[in-house]
Ligand binder design. Structure first.
Ligand code: DUC
Ligand code: ZN
Ligand code: ZN
Length: 468
């Protein structure tokens, strides 16, 4: 099957030009101007942008919530993600109870995602229960195509928490295997104290979620993580950065030549902590995520950090947790509210609207932070995140003239809310190709459940390059 995408404006992280893309089978066969080649189907992209399919390097599908014993929404809900213009996710693979890293990864690929995933997916290993065997397991990541591991400095008292000694050992064995270490950087001990103190004082509404997670607890952990990574000469990737003091720590470390990198999330760029002040518990609980939402000046600092290159990617940190169900356990105590919100289906539209359409970032920067860099960091570039001969034919055709409003009912995400509900939407993904097949037409899913494949990653992702 040959598909010719004709007359669009092709945008990659490095260039923008009018042209055509010829797709044959699953890959891109030709890119150029006035391609006059036979095709089974021609898609007219005149007046539209042709972008690489989005790569969201931080999602949590079918994963145990940080509070309670239930899972987030599963891979069958990734139909909404592809409608939103993301064709690849790098999903977290937490350990299943009493199970090692590798077995948990296998189970995810062969059971959890099988016959369900609508997007292609790579995986991050994720430590959620410290085991002696895990250091040997990380050494085997290259054979499995897993190029990264995440650890939590927060959540003291839960199996998620990784102490500094274990973190140090993980840094060492990851460097030897070419695995990139992603860290959730918040000072767990101080958070534990502040949260207990709030509850003791009867301060139990979602408002106290951000009161008990102040920016300095993030900044301190970022500095400590950077220091430890520096001692082992391991590149470090800081997940979901939210605030100016944490960015300052990243900037200082980069200035010394250390290989340190960071991402932020759609919601930290576009939503402030006042969302947690809503007197309606349900409305406030939707925005309980960690780290907490911050101030407008932090949002502004994050946009600036994307433009300067200090931050490399915008991710969704998608967690499908129903507010009518799971979040209710924290109705009388905010510390019991499972953390996280859905966003993988909206990331591309919200960043296009708030970033490109409102003049905060260029179109090329958009591609860089939503597709190209995440693919490079995770060892799946240029197969993913780029438009060139030989790349997977993952293409998004976006209509910049669309004007609308984000509504859950227009793209149901498998969760009972959308944190961007009612926001204006400027521009819309109309057509999506996943490995050469049209899976979204007229902004509707027309693909198949199970069409998504596991994409093995190459080790030594881009964080290992370029000693600054
Ligand atoms: N960290 C994440 O990365 N996602 C959800 C909750 C958390 O603490
Ligand atoms: Zn985290
Ligand atoms: Zn996350």
């Amino acid at each position: 099957m040959r598909i010719l995408v004709k007359g669009g404006t092709i945008v990659t992280a490095s260039e923008e030009f009018q042209g055509d893309v010829l797709v044959e089978g699953e890959t891109i066969r030709a890119v150029g101007q006035h391609l006059d080649l036979p095709a089974d189907q021609v898609i007219d992209a005149a007046g539209k942008y042709v972008l690489p399919g989005g790569v969201d390097q931080h999602t949590h599908f079918s994963a145990l919530c940080n509070v309670g014993d239930q899972d987030t929404a599963g891979y069958e809900t990734t139909d909404a993600v592809v409608v939103g213009g993301t064709t690849t996710i790098v999903d977290y693979a937490p350990q299943d109870p009493k199970t090692g890293l590798l077995d948990s990864i296998d189970y995810r690929i062969n059971v959890r995602a099988k016959d369900k995933a609508c997007v292609d997916f790579a995986l991050h290993g994720m430590v959620t229960e410290i085991m002696d065997s895990m250091f040997d397991e990380i050494a085997q990541f290259p054979q499995k195509g897993i190029s990264s591991i995440k650890i939590f400095m927060a959540y003291n008292g839960s199996p998620l928490h990784v102490d500094d000694g274990t973190f140090f050992r993980i840094l060492e064995c990851s460097r030897k295997a070419g695995v990139t270490v992603f860290v959730h950087a918040e000072n767990g001990e101080i958070l534990d104290f502040l949260r207990r103190q709030c509850v003791k004082n009867g301060q139990t509404t979602p408002h106290y979620h951000y009161v008990s997670r102040p920016p300095f607890t993030e900044a301190e952990a970022v500095r400590r993580a950077i220091y430890l990574a520096g001692q082992t000469d391991t590149p470090l990737y800081i997940a979901h950065m939210t605030c100016r003091p944490a960015l300052e720590a990243l900037l200082q470390a980069k200035g010394t030549g250390q290989r340190v990198y960071g991402e932020t999330c759609t919601h930290y760029l576009t939503t402030t902590k006042e969302a947690l002040d809503n007197p309606d518990f349900n409305e406030a609980a939707k925005f309980v995520c960690s780290p907490a939402l911050r101030d407008q000046e932090d949002c502004d600092a994050l946009w600036a950090a994307l433009n300067s290159g200090l931050l490399n990617a915008v991710v969704s940190d998608h967690c499908g947790i129903d507010v009518a169900n799971l979040k209710q356990v924290g109705r009388n105590d905010f510390t019991q509210i499972p953390n996280g919100a859905p966003g993988a289906a909206d990331r591309m539209h919200v960043i296009w609207t708030e970033g490109v359409a409102k003049g905060r970032i260029s179109r090329q920067k958009f591609v860089e932070i939503t597709a190209a860099q995440p693919a490079k960091i995770n060892g799946i570039y240029p197969r993913k995140g780029h438009i060139a001969v030989g790349c997977d034919a993952d293409l998004v055709i976006l209509d910049p003239d669309y004007r609308g409003v984000i509504r859950l009912e227009d793209n149901p995400n498998g969760v009972d809310y959308n944190i961007y509900e009612g926001r204006e939407q400027l521009g819309r993904v109309e057509t999506v190709l996943l490995r050469g097949r049209v899976v979204v037409r007229d902004a509707q899913f027309v693909g198949k459940y199970g069409q998504g494949q596991f994409i093995p990653a190459k080790m030594y992702g881009s964080c290992y390059e370029n000693r600054a």
